[in-house]
Design a protein around this ligand. Structure first.
Ligand SMILES: [Zn+2]
Length: 253
């Protein structure tokens, strides 16, 4: 079985020496144990703020590994003057350990961000998101898609340049899902930018909660599990770096 605590311990060891912190944002009790959800901050106080989360679906492991790779590869160095990075490395610890999409209670956490009494994992993520970000990146995988795609929300729908650039960078590692409809949403070259506004939806994923609570732009990245873990992780890393490099931020918070 995969161990959440050893994953977190590995992250702790991989943290940069300067301007990096890791702290608990609260605990989840399950299986007679306590799981501390953690938040890593790199470059605290920098003007631009990015939020990156992984593992809300426990069986989508490339995103979780990408957070580790981001630290190992010192990706932050390039952005150290400009970006404050907030990383939630594994939002669904019980799902991660059991290799399931849902948590220990069978809940799909990424459907419950509009719930009146959300599970503790969701409440802890909401609290972090309430401080609002320029850019919100949620790392996912699709077990059925033949290729990558991404959801984009927040900028005017005509301005899909950032999403396009991110897809260009990701497709070095795997093909793009070119279907005109993906997950019942119209898609163009793997970009799902035609999303409803939060007020029109009965349920919210993390990204919609982020937009509704004042974050500027969200990208939900989906890699296909048809490809090797190495490619999937590289794909997520390339997406993160490209999104941060090209984020124009024409509307400041
Ligand atoms: Zn997912």
């Amino acid at each position: 079985m995969r161990s959440y605590s050893s994953y977190i311990e590995d992250l702790r060891k991989a943290l940069p020496q300067n301007r990096a912190s890791i702290e608990s944002i609260g605990a989840l009790r399950a299986h007679g144990r306590e799981y501390d959800l953690v938040k890593i901050i790199l470059g605290e106080g920098n003007p631009k703020k990015v939020f990156i989360s992984a593992g809300i679906h426990g069986d989508e492991s490339a995103g979780i590994s990408a957070i580790r790779a981001l630290l190992d590869n010192q990706v932050f160095k390039e952005f150290a003057a400009k970006w404050e990075m907030t990383l939630l490395p594994c939002v669904n610890p019980t799902g991660y350990e059991q290799d399931t999409r849902t948590n220990h209670a069978g809940e799909d956490l990424n459907r419950l961000f509009k719930s009146k009494s959300p599970p503790v994992e969701v409440r802890l993520v909401q609290k972090v998101l309430d401080s609002r970000f320029d850019l919100v990146l949620d790392l996912h995988e699709d077990l059925d898609s033949p290729g990558l795609y991404l959801y984009m929300k927040g900028m005017p729908t005509t301005d899909d340049g950032l999403g396009r650039k991110v897809i260009e960078a990701m497709k070095l590692f795997m093909p793009v899902n070119m279907e005109p409809m993906i997950e019942e949403v119209s898609a163009e070259g793997g970009l799902l930018a035609n999303l409803p506004d939060p007020g029109q939806m009965d349920w919210w994923p993390l990204a919609m909660y982020a937009i509704d609570s004042g974050s500027r732009t969200s990208l939900t990245l989906e890699t296909s599990t048809d490809f090797s873990m190495e490619r999937r992780v590289s794909c997520h890393l390339a997406a993160i770096q490209t999104a941060m490099r090209n984020y124009a931020g024409q509307n400041e918070l």
